[in-house]
Design a protein around this ligand. Structure first.
Ligand code: MRU
Length: 331
């Protein structure tokens, strides 16, 4: 089976990532030797997903520290460029700052911290998704479970294992999963290109559906619960995640289905009291007006293309991290 290694790692002085722009057609690795190359990969989503962005931030500071040995000002300037490469996932700045804090100890101390962060990412996401799997088994009567998910929250969105898709993995291993309904996740199709690829690799039963069919699947009784990841969680539990998540949460509430957010605690931004202040990345109109490079709208059409939305906590059954349930409504 391909694709079971880490999504992002450090090899022979460079950051090596699974190139997510090439999947599912091709599983290939990209070697990134400079901060500028890494920022380019982050911005075109060759590496993406909040936990993976935390790892990228930390490893990027290691690249900077090596490139500017002894020049702390230059390292800090690169670190700031990295931290602002994408605005919504708080993990990116968190990873950068964690590694940067070790700069007084020298380049090797920065790298050691980044590698520790990578190991922790795998462990905490396994723990968080284990808590969420148990919660769903408590909340849902039907066995085995039929879950709906949005975007990609698996190995490809983290260093390994994943968050919401980690829940799927735990339940599948315990023979408690019937299938996954995976939203295709317009406009960049993380669900179709990446989640479906991961599920197929692991022979986990799934069906893809257009985002617009999620509510209809619930209405037809095909879903027991929804499980998603997060890019930034405010102190009150309001959660920014891939565009379309809010609509799924509204539909889940209408159908009385549990809606569970799974994330490492590094995705919680305790400095924001609620989701109103979360900066939501706006991306290029071409992502909407074109499909696979072909224009599908009138020439010059304008587009509204936010990459993320905010789901208010009253629509969220539970926000689950490695520490267990940290927020949520009684719903
Ligand atoms: O734009 P992306 O692909 O980086 O967005 C990713 C998501 O929204 C994920 O759901 C989120 O980062 C959680 S990943 C475990």
């Amino acid at each position: 089976m391909v694709g079971v290694g880490r999504t992002i790692d450090w090899t022979d002085g460079a950051v090596v990532i699974v190139d997510q722009c090439a999947l599912p057609a091709e599983h290939r690795l990209l070697r990134l030797e400079t901060v500028t190359e890494l920022i380019g990969a982050i911005q075109r989503l060759a590496v993406r997903g909040a936990p993976a962005l935390g790892a990228a931030g930390a490893l990027g500071v290691a690249l900077a520290a090596r490139a500017h040995d002894g020049d702390a000002g230059a390292v800090r300037a690169d670190a700031e460029r990295l931290a602002t490469a994408r605005p919504t996932a708080v993990n990116l700045r968190w990873g950068v700052e964690r590694a940067l804090a070790k700069l007084p100890g020298g380049t090797e101390a920065v790298l050691a911290e980044a590698l520790t962060l990578l190991d922790e990412d795998v462990r905490v996401n396994r723990e968080a998704s284990g808590h969420a799997a148990r919660l769903l088994l408590d909340r849902c009567e039907r066995r085995p479970l039929r879950l709906l998910t949005h975007c990609n929250t698996g190995r490809l969105a983290a260093v390994d294992w994943g968050t919401a898709l980690g829940v799927v993995r735990h339940l599948h291993a315990a023979r408690q999963l019937e299938y996954v309904l995976a939203d295709e996740t317009r406009p960049l199709l993380q669900g179709a290109r990446l989640t479906a690829w991961e599920l197929a690799q692991e022979k986990i039963p799934y069906r893809l559906l257009p985002d617009s069919a999620a509510a209809a699947a619930m209405a037809r009784g095909l879903v027991d619960a929804v499980v998603v990841g997060a890019d930034r969680i405010a102190a009150n539990g309001d959660t920014a995640n891939k565009i379309g998540t809010y609509a799924v949460a509204l539909a889940a509430a209408r159908h009385g289905l549990p809606f569970v957010v799974v994330a490492p605690s590094s995705t919680v931004d305790g400095e924001l009291p609620d989701g109103g202040a979360i900066v939501l990345e706006q991306r290029a109109p071409e992502e909407v007006t074109h499909v696979a490079g072909t224009l599908v709208a009138p020439e010059g059409a304008e587009a509204f293309n936010p990459a993320f939305d905010v789901t208010p906590v009253d629509l969220i059954t539970a926000v689950v991290t490695e520490h267990g349930v940290v927020a949520g409504s009684a719903r």
